[in-house]
Design a protein around this ligand. Sequence first.
Ligand SMILES: Cc1cc2nc3c(=O)[nH]c(=O)nc-3n(C[C@H](O)[C@H](O)[C@H](O)COP(=O)(O)OP(=O)(O)OC[C@H]3O[C@@H](n4cnc5c(N)ncnc54)[C@H](O)[C@@H]3O)c2cc1C
Length: 293
Amino acid sequence: MEYYNLPYNELIKRNEPLSRYTTFGIGGTAEIFAEPRNSAELKEFIEFGRDSRLPINVIGKGSNVLVNDSGVRGIVIYLARNGFKRVKRENSSIIAGAGVSLPLLVNKSVGWGLGGLEVLTGIPGTVGGAVASNAGGKYGTISECIMSVTTIDIDGRTHQYNREDIDFGYRKNCFLNQIIIEAMLKLKECNRVALLKRSREILQEKNLRQPLSAKSAGCVFKNPEGYCAGALIEQAGLKGQRVGGAIVSEKHANFIINTGNATAANVLELVDAIKGDVLRKFNILLELEIQVW
Ligand SMILES: Cc1cc2nc3c(=O)[nH]c(=O)nc-3n(C[C@H](O)[C@H](O)[C@H](O)COP(=O)(O)OP(=O)(O)OC[C@H]3O[C@@H](n4cnc5c(N)ncnc54)[C@H](O)[C@@H]3O)c2cc1C
């Protein structure tokens, strides 16, 4: 299919393998992969997608996404250009573009002696992805620092949401059908050395418990209320369970790892096996945390 009216042909790739853009290293191609340089270009891609009735997806670092082997129809927007990577400090607040690397922002905030984001140490991804999923864990979540979020909707309109307008929840996306372009974070002036120490402690603790350097998308399932998904999977005896190149991590049972040649079909078969076993043994239905495209 040809798209003669696609804006900015030099900013798109056709049939781009998404395995290059996900931490799982798995997945088929994006029909159209677009890298706008700024919000104006982003709006043009959004309007083109709407007028051509093409689905639009946005990808950050792909650290919470499993792309199907058959790939993704429509436009995948990648906010990795400089226009989405600005970081600006204003007293104890930081304004960060959606494409900013979350680990980089954590390091910057710690270096500036601004506390609040160090609790996100060890989480890969971008600011956009972190805001979309309210990333975090037992140390805290990004929502605790958010003052406002700027988005563009599927009609190309810009919105700014203040903290009080956002109904944050556990791994809940409050910005469905919108593209986050920027977030303002309110932090606290703190002792830089103490923040650095805390950040290092968190990373050390995570390294002990999680396979941080393996090819994965982090925790596959959400924690059911009152339970820990990883513990349920472990108690069901599923650590080390394998389908093709996909295996349940021996280190943390809520991580599925691509050992090298896993397909999305392998991961999804393993997901179904885990859900089935946990349901049979504990009568608890696990819900996916990762996004399947
Ligand atoms: C080793 C490892 C450890 C992890 N640990 C944690 C953890 O402790 N806590 C935690 O919460 N997560 C964790 N994750 C999961 C993941 O890193 C986070 O969910 C992260 O915030 C996703 O960011 P991303 O940029 O990679 O988003 P992606 O994976 O690219 O996208 C995830 C979702 O967000 C949407 N999205 C991305 N950018 C935007 C945007 N600009 N506007 C609108 N929607 C957008 C996508 O469309 C998709 O639906 C871990 C992952 C790995 C691989």
